[in-house]
Design a protein. Structure first.
Length: 405
């Protein structure tokens, strides 16, 4: 009888790269480009800070899955009575749909830019391709899906960094942007948006599910400490890539689009890149945006399925689930809604779900009854609690300003 080969470091890489796609989705693209176009390099430090916060949050989610062998959603579901569990699922499902809406719309915009496909039809195409990506994961295994997503990240990296080659940033200005500062009230609001929208509730749920089987075949021969060490490397490397891509978007906008009108929509950004930097860079941007929309909507749909299984304890066929979650995006675009405005609305809905994912994650990973000897150290718990408080406070401010401003 053959034995499974001991896990090596490289075999443990992958789950965090799936989660990292959510950090370069169309909503993040729009936010970072707007920051650079309006305020130059001023908010570079905000992008760096947001990414540092995300590293710890995603590591804790991955750690919960490895140590307990179960996802965050299932851990929460076990601790709630039936009515509360269903209510918890409803809010999490609403967040998954809102997330999916933003990502499908981003893919639709990219298809319109590249092939002049109507937005509603582009949304359907984006959803269909993402369904194929999910089928790859179901039929070929998570390991294959991880490699496919890494390929999409490579594509996105080429498209979003091309502008840096054509118009290199000022090293001095970039370094200056690392010093915390603001330029008026609006820059504070945008900084809040960057940080508040960075920690995505759906990938907090999903990441724990992706690592829950790590003690199985792919973790053969590796104890929990070794798996956690591999996971730290996975999370760090994946989110450094995502952080650099977000930073690239801000820097390209700061060096090439600063002060120009029309950067409040992705279509406007594409047009300005074409006129200010070159058609080649604009084309690569559109291709990367398409890759971002396709990959992130597949990840969003997988997160929704994970939440349903953990909280509702049911599965529905993949095609049916994909159809139901794409209907809001297609309906909005078919009715003529402005896609960038729809993106903003989806981010507002998304922000409402952050406390429901982040607070339980911090509590569960700090409890020895759940994590045993791998419970968070006091300093880790304090840092995670501070991040949770910061993100929740910023999103509360954003929600207040959205509905009162």
């Amino acid at each position: 009888m053959s034995r499974a080969k001991p896990a090596r470091g490289v075999t443990l890489l992958g789950p965090a790269f799936i989660a990292a796609v959510a950090y370069v989705d169309p909503g993040n693209v729009a936010t970072n480009v707007t920051a650079g176009a309006r305020y130059g390099y001023t908010l570079v430090w905000v992008v760096v800070l947001a990414n540092v916060m995300a590293v710890l949050v995603q590591y804790l989610s991955a750690k919960l899955g490895i140590v307990t062998g179960r996802s965050l959603a299932s851990q929460i579901g076990d601790r709630l009575p039936t009515a509360a569990r269903i209510g918890y699922w409803l809010q999490a499902e609403a967040i998954a749909v809102a997330t999916d809406m933003a990502e499908v719309i981003g893919g639709a915009i990219a298809l319109a830019l590249l092939f002049d496909i109507p937005l509603a039809a582009g949304a359907v195409c984006t959803a269909a391709v993402s369904l194929l990506l999910l089928r790859v994961g179901d039929t070929r295994g998570q390991h294959v899906l991880e490699r496919v997503i890494m390929g999409f990240l490579a594509l996105i990296a080429v498209g979003f960094t091309a502008g840096l080659v054509v118009e290199p940033p000022s090293a001095g200005a970039l370094a200056g942007g690392l010093a915390p500062s603001f330029v008026g009230t609006d820059s504070v609001l945008l900084a809040s948006g960057i940080i508040g929208a960075t920690v995505m509730p759906h990938v907090i749920y999903l990441h724990s599910g992706l690592t829950a089987g790590r003690l199985g075949l792919r973790g053969a021969g590796a104890g929990v400490p070794r798996l956690l060490a591999g996971t730290r490397a996975d999370v760090f490397s994946a989110l450094v890539v995502a952080g650099l891509l977000n930073l690239s978007l801000l820097v390209v906008a700061a060096s090439s689009l600063h002060g120009l009108p029309g950067t409040d929509t992705l279509q406007g950004v594409h047009g300005l890149l074409s006129s200010e930097v070159g058609t080649g860079v604009a084309l690569l941007f559109a291709v990367a945006l398409l890759g971002s929309g396709l990959a992130s909507t597949a990840v969003g749909s997988a997160a929704g399925a994970e939440v349903m299984q953990g909280l509702l304890r049911r599965r529905i066929p993949l095609v049916l689930r994909r159809t139901l979650t794409v209907i809001p995006a297609v309906a909005l675009l078919a009715l003529g809604a402005e896609p960038s405005a729809a993106l903003v609305i989806s981010q507002v809905v998304l922000s409402m779900g952050i406390p429901f994912a982040l607070v339980p994650l911090v509590l569960l990973t700090s409890r020895r009854a759940v994590m045993g000897e791998h419970a968070n150290r006091p300093a880790t718990t304090v840092a995670a609690a501070a991040i949770a408080a910061c993100v929740i406070a910023l999103n509360t401010v954003l929600l207040y300003l959205t509905f009162t401003g």
